[in-house]
Design a protein around this ligand. Structure first.
Ligand code: NCD
Length: 311
């Protein structure tokens, strides 16, 4: 089986069969990661550059580890400390790197569409590791794998995505993926952080009441307030946000069923999510991080054009 796409720019471009193939392959790689020897030769002779124009902890380490586990050669580039500060364009930077015979580019950029632009101009396979407020496809894939591991499937499951929907690429990629795979979605948060026409555009539910969202859902995916992307005041204070929209232990204690709590990280503890929830038995946040490596191995492997997992 092969992916129908040459790049992973967004979940928007994937068909359900592609998503399923990535998740199935990730599960095989997860088995590999349980073994004493975690390295496979699948990407030997493939060179990958990790091009990070924006800060990252988890995603960057996760991609790098995935590449190493697959025996790829890797180069790390971060915009700070590079010739970008001397005025070099994105295309020039990438063409210079590619002339050193690089096969794949993993890219994070604060501009929406940056990886799509590159895909039109360079021959290497591109994996979007987050572009502005647009998409973060590998995050949605690892979120999906984490939900399936706990609940068996996505179809028919109720997922609440809570918080700063407006500025979150994680939200958009999750909305595409979950709706393609037949899950039900409710978006919850303050009206100023939920785009006005999203309900009609994506066929999702919207509520401004966190209690209602938590009562409805099987899984709550809680998102960080993206203060760095907000150029106006969208809520009165972080303290008030926490009181009205924060996910708190008292809210979970009042539910009649157990729900799963997810968060892509980094968590603003005490703002969108309280510590006693983030660290509780409800939380699968560290499972998400673990699954990130297997999902990224799957994406790298499938896009590298090899035929079957060398597990
Ligand atoms: C997310 C991102 O960078 O989009 N984090 C991540 O990749 N784990 C979410 C965030 O920054 O809040």
């Amino acid at each position: 089986m092969q992916l129908r796409t040459k790049h992973l720019l967004g979940i928007r471009d994937l068909i359900p069969e592609d998503i399923q193939l990535i998740l199935d392959t990730a599960r095989q790689f997860k088995e590999v990661l349980q073994r004493p020897i975690k390295k496979v030769p699948s990407l030997r002779d493939i060179t990958v550059v990790n091009l990070f124009y924006e800060n990252s902890t988890r995603t960057r380490i996760s991609f790098e580890l995935a590449e190493k586990r697959l025996s790829a050669d890797t180069i790390n580039f971060s915009a700070s400390g590079s010739s970008v500060s001397k005025g070099e364009t994105l295309l020039d930077t990438v063409n210079n790197i590619l002339s050193m015979k690089v096969d794949m580019v993993v890219m994070r950029h604060s501009a929406t569409g940056a990886p799509h632009f590159l895909a039109q101009h360079i021959p290497a396979a591109i994996i979007n590791a987050g572009d502005g407020i647009n998409e973060h496809p590998t995050q949605a894939l690892l979120d999906a794998l984490s939900i399936i591991e706990k609940l068996g499937q996505l179809k028919g499951k109720k997922i609440a995505i809570i918080g700063d929907i407006m500025h979150s690429r994680v939200a958009l990629s999750n909305i595409y993926l979950l709706s393609k795979m037949g899950a039900e979605i409710t978006l919850a948060g303050p009206p100023t952080l939920i785009p006005r026409h999203i309900q009609e555009a994506f066929g999702v539910n919207v509520t401004y009441n966190i209690k209602e969202a938590l009562e409805w859902c099987d899984v709550a995916n809680v998102l960080r307030i993206q203060l760095e992307r907000q150029n106006q005041v969208l809520f009165s204070s972080l303290r008030e946000y926490n009181q009205t929209y924060g996910v708190k232990k008292s809210l979970l204690d009042n539910l009649t069923k157990q729900i799963l709590i997810m968060h892509p990280g980094p968590i603003n503890r005490g703002v969108e999510l309280d510590s006693d929830v983030a660290d509780s038995g409800h939380s699968i946040i560290l499972d998400q991080v673990e699954n990130g490596v297997a999902v990224r191995m799957a994406v790298l492997y499938l896009l590298s054009g090899r035929r079957e997992a060398n597990a």
